[in-house]
Design a protein around this ligand. Structure first.
Ligand code: AMP
Length: 278
């Protein structure tokens, strides 16, 4: 496994790497969710590139960029075990050279849900993914469904900018009680950790109501809200049922639909989602 931290270094390693190349972009502090993406890429690609970069442009001014958990030495060991060939660990200056002024905006999609709660976040995501795709030049790039809106933004961008890469969605990896794995779960203590499962329980409640015959999205959202309300210390940001591609809110579920939820648990903001099945 080669570890490179510069554009030149990446060009050198990437130049001799046999295609298809699979890219797994991450912000590090790797867990089994990230590793499932690397493992999938390993199965499907000749060369697996993992990027580890805590992207400043996707954090708001009062968000957790500085204190976002980081442990690159441990991450490198996990990448090696999971079969990565190249790990790209650039500095901020390497990704955003002096004078950087170009951003990617996915109109509409970037203003909904996460975009409404975290202005500028999805613009930062789209921009860094565009840069990484250009630098690495993969045939495939792997993204978790855990960050569902991010996945849809990346798909839209790749389509609109005619980027020649296949975006591969990967299912959310969960803890045994259902909590979606996330680097931010490291912020939870014993008390908040046990309450954090409320997001998953809310999503399951929506699915159960749907299975029981309820088609009205408002009622499914109310089912999610009820679960969160019953859980002390969990503060709902949004719970919604949307079209899986446009993320526009649905009135009724008649086909494919996605339930999205975001909440704060003891000050830690968590997100989750579930594909609803009729
Ligand atoms: P992050 O390091 O949080 O930016 O995540 C890097 C990639 O891993 C993104 O494509 C995420 O959607 C994906 N990911 C994060 N958590 C999970 C999870 N629990 N299951 C599957 N994929 C995940």
């Amino acid at each position: 496994m080669q570890v490179v931290d510069s554009r030149d270094g990446l060009r050198g390693s990437r130049g001799s790497a046999p295609p298809p190349v699979g890219l797994v972009p991450t912000m590090g502090y790797l867990h089994d969710g990230h590793l499932s993406l690397i493992t999938r890429a390993r199965k499907e690609c000749h060369t697996v590139v993992v990027s580890i970069f805590v992207n400043p442009t996707q954090f708001g001014p009062h968000e957790d960029f500085e204190r976002y958990p980081r442990d690159v030495p441990r991450d490198l060991g996990l990448c090696e075990e999971a079969g990565a060939d190249i790990v790209f660990t650039p500095s901020v200056e390497e990704v955003y050279p002096h004078g950087h002024a170009t951003f990617v905006e996915v109109s509409g999609l970037q203003d909904l849900w996460e975009g409404a709660s975290r202005p500028g976040h999805l613009r930062g995501v789209a921009t860094v993914v565009a840069v990484l795709l250009r630098l690495v030049g993969p045939q495939r790039a792997y993204f978790g469904e855990k960050d569902y809106q991010q996945l849809q933004i990346v798909r839209r961008m790749v389509c609109d900018l005619c980027l020649d890469v296949e975006i591969v969605p990967c299912p959310t990896v969960r803890e045994p009680d259902g909590l979606a794995m996330s680097s931010r779960n490291a912020y939870l203590n014993a008390g908040t950790r046990s309450r954090a499962v409320a997001l998953w329980e809310a999503l399951r409640a929506a699915q159960q109501r749907l299975r029981a015959g309820e088609r009205r999205a408002a009622a499914l959202c109310a089912a999610m809200e009820d679960v969160v309300r019953s859980c002390e210390g969990v503060e709902l940001d949004y719970a919604t049922v949307v079209d899986p591609t446009t993320l526009a809110p649905l009135e009724r579920v008649t086909g494919e639909a996605r339930a999205l939820i975001a909440a704060r648990v003891g000050g830690v903001r968590l997100i989750d989602n579930l594909g609803l099945v009729l």
